[in-house]
Design a protein around this ligand. Structure first.
Ligand code: NAP
Length: 223
């Protein structure tokens, strides 16, 4: 079977590493991004230079119409999707729950939760010969991220529950649904959360005494 994968948020960080790794394993890859066209193009070019097949598609996966357009583009450009890596996610500046506005909470939940549901829906409806979905959650789901990002942590808790429920719902369709819960990984996400050197600050509390690399998470997702 020709393996065709969508990696949401594939322009940077864990998503970019996953897109590149899966391409080396023979997958045709759709690299989704929201605004960083240059970085997404670099990922696609690198895959092509190594003999792989890839396209970049801009879509805000928190918007239903964008998700539908994204999957229709994959249908026409690569073929019927066989694998999905739900990876796009955001972290907003560190803040206590007592300060959070509804706009902030809804933005995090729309991006980190609604998008995963929508992409799962579109993928499952195309996986009539089976397939696999990996949802990227976070260790924050069990730690709660107090005084920093409880909204983000709660969004990842929802992804754990989505993964459990959906895996049972579609097991008899030969579709596997799993999730990966990385710890502290060296990507640009921490700068978006207001602390670019966050991994450096907390690394002494990590058993390995260092943050994880996007490539290490990519190998786990591929497995
Ligand atoms: P990152 O470097 O900040 O990259 C985020 C990616 O998501 C970018 O490709 C970005 O696209 C894309 N994106 C953001 N909002 C989007 C939207 N609405 N629609 C489409 N794409 C969107 O993030 P990362 O650190 O690699 O994190 C990837 C995943 O791992 C996230 O789900 C995150 O929660 C999870 N995770 C990360 C860590 C960590 O320590 N880094 C730990 C545990 C879990 P643009 O480039 O166009 O902006």
């Amino acid at each position: 079977m020709n393996s065709i994968v969508l990696v949401t948020g594939g322009s940077r960080g864990i998503g970019a590493a996953t897109a590149k790794y899966l391409a080396t394993q023979g997958y045709s890859v759709c690299v989704n991004y929201i605004s960083n066209e240059i970085e997404a193009s670099k990922v696609v070019e690198q895959i092509k230079e190594n003999g792989g097949t890839a396209i970049a598609v801009q879509a805000d996966v928190s918007h239903e119409e964008d998700v539908i357009r994204l999957f229709n583009t994959i249908d026409h450009s690569l073929g019927r999707i066989t694998h999905l890596v739900n990876n796009a996610g955001i972290l907003l500046p560190q803040m206590r729950v007592s300060e959070m506005t509804a706009d902030r909470i809804n933005k995090v939940l729309m991006t980190n939760v609604t998008s995963y549901f929508l992409c799962c829906r579109e993928a499952i409806n195309r996986m009539n010969k089976g397939g696999a979905i990996v949802n990227v959650s976070s260790a924050a789901a069990r730690l709660g991220s107090p005084c920093e990002y409880v909204d983000y942590a709660a969004s990842k808790g929802a992804i754990d529950t989505l993964t459990t429920g959906l895996s049972l719902e579609v097991a008899n369709k030969n579709i596997r649904v799993n999730c990966v819960r990385p710890g502290f990984i060296e990507t640009g996400m921490h700068a978006d959360g207001g602390e670019a050197n966050r991994v450096e600050r907390i690394k002494s509390s990590i058993p390995l005494k260092r943050g994880g690399k996007p490539e290490e998470v990519a190998a786990c997702i591929a497995f």
